[in-house]
Ligand binder design. Structure first.
Ligand code: ASP
Length: 440
């Protein structure tokens, strides 16, 4: 075990979009000497309407791959980095790196390679600016030949490597196969790298610095001025992220969860804010039963009715088989004695409705089957719900008082969340009503 306090800090694209942001980042890092390992994203948007370097790289490589004239676009990418270097008054040049990348684009090194150069170059500048070592993720973040991330091998190699460095920058978003082919995570994947580095470093905490002061209890576009969430458990966060809370990449939770390391979401532009702590376990905060509300539109409910359904062996399996045969996964499955509802993603069902309905009719011969479209799901999440009586009643009273019709109810077996289906046009109204009922 490690007794030293080590903090792994990840900075998102908007935190490193230009020289001014780099200075803020360096100030934050230098303020605490436990901040030893830094994971940067590629330069993000400097203002609304700006383009992220990652998107420029995808675009530029797309042209190169077709044999088109990509140099003028590549020049714009180089300019973004030159501006940062110049703005920081660094005596440093990336021109040789640019030449290598250009050659590799012509030789069609791959889309993932192209996108990864955004964090690679940003990492080189940041390491230089901080006076930290640079670790190339292609040597320490391991993917298999099918492009799947190998967590155990990575942890073995990376933890050994980190021990050789007092302080280091490890760019986010990518790694490589053992044969050296660069592979990226999905978009927003630097969050995952940060988590992987935190695990390998046996960090005390993983700080994820972004441009908001953590998670809010509800969507600020729907609820006016929602309160910030101080503490949330990994499991609660999974529920909220699935429903659309998007501050952190979903897969970033797994590596630190294995090691029980908390994540602290912080704001580079308001470093004094405490942000949100994401922890393995937590007592419910006094006075608050719910942790947050999130929701998504665009679901369809397939409602099936058949008397004595409960006694029919294999009923559910046959219904789900029809979905599987049509390449559909289900999101929720609330059921009654003689009814079964299958909630699916509306987009995925498009163009397949008749096939699915006919398939279910053949498979289980229901008395009735209907598809309700335009359903929104709302998840009310909170570790405090398990011990609080009357939470469900309070939610339904609030929704009913707002004259919203409830289409579906589903409580997860962990009693961590209650999911409510409403018509899409009632989505905002229902969310505001629940928030007002619980948050004073
Ligand atoms: N730069 C990558 C993206 O834009 C990865 C990241 O920022 O996490 O998705």
């Amino acid at each position: 075990m490690n007794n030293q306090v080590i903090k792994v800090v990840k900075f998102g694209g908007s935190s490193l979009a230009d020289a001014g942001q780099f200075q803020k980042v360096a100030d934050i890092i230098k303020r605490d000497e436990a901040r030893k390992f830094v994971v940067p994203s590629a330069p993000g948007k400097r203002f609304s309407g700006d383009t992220k370097v990652t998107d420029m790289l995808y675009g530029c490589y797309g042209i190169a791959e077709m044999g088109g004239e990509f140099l003028s676009m590549f020049e714009q990418i180089k300019e973004r980095y030159r501006e940062i270097i110049c703005g920081l008054s660094l005596d440093y040049s990336l021109e040789d790196e640019f030449d290598t990348i250009q050659t590799n684009f012509i030789e069609k090194a791959g889309r993932d390679y192209a996108a990864s150069r955004g964090e690679y170059l940003n990492g080189l500048i940041l390491a230089r600016y901080l006076g930290y070592d640079f670790i190339d993720p292609a040597k320490v973040i391991v993917f298999d030949e099918n492009g799947r991330f190998n967590p155990e091998k990575t942890n073995e190699i990376l933890s050994k490597e980190l021990k050789k460095h007092e302080t280091a920058v490890v760019p986010g978003f990518f790694g490589a196969t053992e044969s050296g082919r660069v592979v990226t995570f999905s978009r927003g994947g630097s969050d995952i790298t940060g988590s992987i580095v935190a695990r390998a470093a046996e960090a005390t905490i993983y700080e994820n610095w972004t441009d908001v002061s953590g998670f809010l209890m509800a969507d600020p576009r729907v609820v006016e001025n929602p309160k910030p969430i101080k503490t949330i458990t990994y499991r609660e966060l999974r529920e909220l992220s699935y429903m659309g809370a998007t501050v952190l990449h979903e897969d970033a939770i797994f590596p630190v969860r294995i090691a029980g390391i908390p994540i602290n979401i912080r704001n580079t532009n308001a470093p004094e804010d405490a942000g949100t702590m994401i922890v393995p376990f937590a007592e419910a905060e006094s006075g608050s039963i719910i942790t947050g509300i999130a929701g998504r539109k665009g679901f369809c409910v397939i409602a099936i009715e058949k008397e004595m359904m409960n006694a029919e062996l294999g009923f559910g399996r046959r219904v789900l088989q029809v979905l599987e045969d049509n390449g559909l996964s289900f999101e929720h499955l609330p059921s009654g004695v003689d009814t079964m509802c299958v909630v699916v993603n509306g987009k995925e069902l498009e163009g397949k409705k008749d096939q699915v309905v006919n398939g279910i009719c053949r498979a289980v011969e229901p008395e009735s089957i209907a598809i309700h479209e335009g359903v929104a799901l709302l998840a009310v999440v909170g570790r405090g719900m398990r011990n609080a009586k009357g939470t469900a009643a309070k939610i339904f009273r609030a929704i009913t008082d707002a004259s919203v019709n409830i289409r579906m109810i589903d409580q997860g077996s962990s009693e961590l969340n209650i999911i409510i289906g409403v018509q899409e046009e009632d989505f905002e109204k229902a969310q505001r009503a629940i928030y007002a009922a619980f948050v004073k």
